[in-house]
Design a protein around this ligand. Structure first.
Ligand code: ZN
Length: 619
């Protein structure tokens, strides 16, 4: 039997004016599966606001903000605040990764990326970036390397292993020693004119700059580089024509992040607007189709950008930048097309983005990612509340409050959370950790125990005016410090904060060592410096640190360790103690100030063989 009669019946029905028939303009339902993921690297709320004010004279007017699906992405990963490599690896593979990893999970294993998945399903796939192509984000979709810094190796994976059907961007220098392999597998173009004239079939590589493409506001009049829009349209038309089944394409506005690391407002706005113009073009390209899934998001915020005063269209707004690093602020996700409904009004992670892409490419229902615990400052997943505050902050409510101490453990290590509010740039949160409570291996009295002035955090620990707590058997082995709510990433060792060793083998009194630790504050629990208004406390949010078992127990984790923990808020030099401690001081205790004071108690944490925790407070 041929299907022809059925087609005729349907056509007759559609033209009969039957009120139940779909309108003539309804697009044909197809099985084609087109997935376009657009990543604005480093683009946070402040970037969108600044760009919208500059281009349109008001906030909320970017094209991307008109997409029908809008949600929020919590960006932290197992390293705390994320970098582009880890975030992109998670979007590309659904698996968590440490910062710096390219298509490698947190166990060090290569994981199939969505580009490889598309190929497995018989679909073509492409990547586009305004950075070098082996840079972190495009690299994580098309390579498997332990370090983002091995750019030539990432390029080799791109050309010889993963082989995306289209790759357009910068980074020509990293492909120089691959010329022979590249030419054998790809049509290679190096200018916008070459891109326009390239054959419509076969693999295409566009290498338009030795490193990154120019900032869009700094493009020379005689540039040979294509725009992000030109690259995107070329890839869309080519991939769409290449396959009846659909395709996957990742498009990155790479350099919003780079401009933000340098706090370059005009460049950051220019890159955000070029990215937004490209989203509009892609959306136009998809208009009238029901088979295009478009997802727009960011890997993380960069710079802590906030608009202070808009100055109208065409004039740069007055802004503040917190610093030249990534922050742990949530970012937006904007989407349209099949499978994206699950993102609407939802608070998700980069793993959810992967699940939407995977479900769509495979043509099967969306599955929510499994539960996980990440040092993101969201503390609801640390269910054990071990101590709660009983005294209003003597350092100022809404700026310096330690409200509750939470703990949890899993196969990776011990998670410590401190609910509260933390002033940026001032005062310090100190968490003392005894890895073997009862053995009293480290100092019980911090006053006078240490003498290391090598960094701000070391100086604070060396100046603590804390006498021994009453709890017998307590001795400090390690300490977590954050001065001024700084939250370095796991791989960063900085003076302002991190993990310090109080006794051997972790450290010695005169040299505490600088250890990285996965830690982050929920960005909304950081108070701006006075005289800005204080922060309202947010239940279940604050500071979170994950101490890996190998950091706590370099010689091997005991089967069922008993630890003890105490947290205290002190001033910039560490010698002035506030009344904010956990376990808490008795109600109405004033700041002990520079008078030596004993800790009011410690939280004793028993971890069983299955990593379940139980806690008690020892006075
Ligand atoms: Zn960055």
């Amino acid at each position: 039997m041929r299907a022809l009669p059925i087609v005729i019946v349907l056509a007759a029905c559609g033209s009969s004016g039957d009120a139940t028939a779909p309108p003539d303009s309804a697009p044909e339902l197809t099985n084609k599966r087109v997935v376009i993921l657009m990543i604005g690297d480093g683009m946070g709320t402040g970037h969108r606001e600044a760009a919208s004010h500059f281009a349109h004279g008001a906030a909320g007017k970017l094209f991307l903000e008109s997409l029908p699906v809008r949600g929020t992405v919590i960006t932290a990963g197992p390293s705390g605040t994320t970098d582009s490599a880890a975030a992109a690896t998670t979007m590309a593979t659904g698996r968590r990764a440490y910062n710096g990893a390219i298509g490698i999970d947190r166990d060090g294993l290569p994981v199939q990326t969505v580009v490889e998945l598309a190929h497995d399903l018989g679909l073509p796939a492409g990547i586009i970036a305004t950075s070098a192509l082996p840079h972190a984000t495009p690299g994580a979709f098309t390579a498997h390397r332990k370090s983002r810094h091995t750019l030539a190796d990432i390029a080799a994976d791109q050309v010889s292993v993963v082989q995306p059907d289209v790759m357009l961007g910068g980074g020509a220098q990293y492909f120089a020693r691959l010329e022979e392999h590249l030419e054998a597998r790809y049509t290679v173009v190096r200018t916008a004119a070459g891109l326009a004239a390239a054959p419509r079939t076969g693999r295409l590589a566009g290498l338009f700059a030795p490193e990154h493409l120019a900032f869009s506001i700094a493009r020379p009049a005689d540039t040979t580089e294509p725009t992000l829009q030109e690259m995107s349209l070329a890839a869309l038309d080519r991939l769409d024509a290449a396959s009846e089944g659909g395709f996957f394409l990742m498009i990155e506005g790479s350099r919003i992040d780079m401009a933000s690391h340098g706090n370059q407002l005009a460049e950051a706005i220019g890159e955000t607007l070029a990215f937004d113009d490209t989203i509009e073009l892609v959306s136009e390209w998809a208009r009238g189709r029901d088979d295009v899934t478009l997802i727009v998001t960011s890997d993380h915020e960069c710079g802590g950008l906030e608009v202070v005063t808009p100055n109208g269209a065409g004039v740069l707004p007055d802004v503040t930048w917190r610093w030249g690093q990534h922050t742990n602020a949530s970012v937006g996700v904007y989407a349209s097309g099949p499978g994206t409904e699950v993102l609407h009004d939802a608070e998700v992670t980069h793993r959810t983005i992967y699940q939407v892409i995977e479900a769509r490419l495979r043509g099967r229902p969306f599955e929510a990612p499994s539960a996980e615990r990440i040092p993101d400052g969201r503390l609801a997943d640390l269910p054990t509340v071990a101590a709660t505050q009983t005294t209003a902050s003597g350092f100022g409510a809404g700026r310096n409050e330690l409200e509750a101490l939470r703990v949890a453990a899993d196969e990776h290590g011990l998670a410590i959370g401190v609910e509260g509010v933390f002033e940026r740039g001032k005062n310090a949160l100190v968490i003392l950790v005894d890895v073997d409570y009862g053995a009293a291996t480290g100092p019980a009295r911090m006053r006078g125990a240490l003498a290391d002035g090598s960094g701000v955090a070391d100086g604070i620990l060396s100046s603590l005016n804390l006498d021994a707590p009453a709890a017998a058997g307590f001795g400090v082995d390690l300490a977590i410090v954050s001065h001024g709510a700084e939250d370095p990433m796991l791989e960063q060792t900085v003076g302002e904060g991190g993990l310090r060793g109080v006794r051997a083998p972790y450290g010695v009194a005169g040299n505490l060592g600088w250890y990285g630790v996965a830690m982050a504050f929920d960005e909304d629990t950081k108070a701006r410096p006075s005289p800005a208004p204080p922060r309202a406390r947010r239940a279940g949010r604050g500071f979170e640190a994950h101490l890996a078992w190998h950091q706590l127990y370099p010689g091997g984790k005991p089967a069922a360790p008993t630890l003890a923990i105490a947290a205290v808020l002190v001033n910039d030099d560490g010698g002035y103690t506030s009344n904010q401690a956990l376990p808490p001081f008795p109600p109405n205790t004033p700041n002990p100030a520079r008078t030596p004071v004993a800790l009011p108690g410690v939280v004793v944490v028993d971890v069983n063989a299955a990593n379940a925790v139980s806690t008690t407070v020892a006075p």
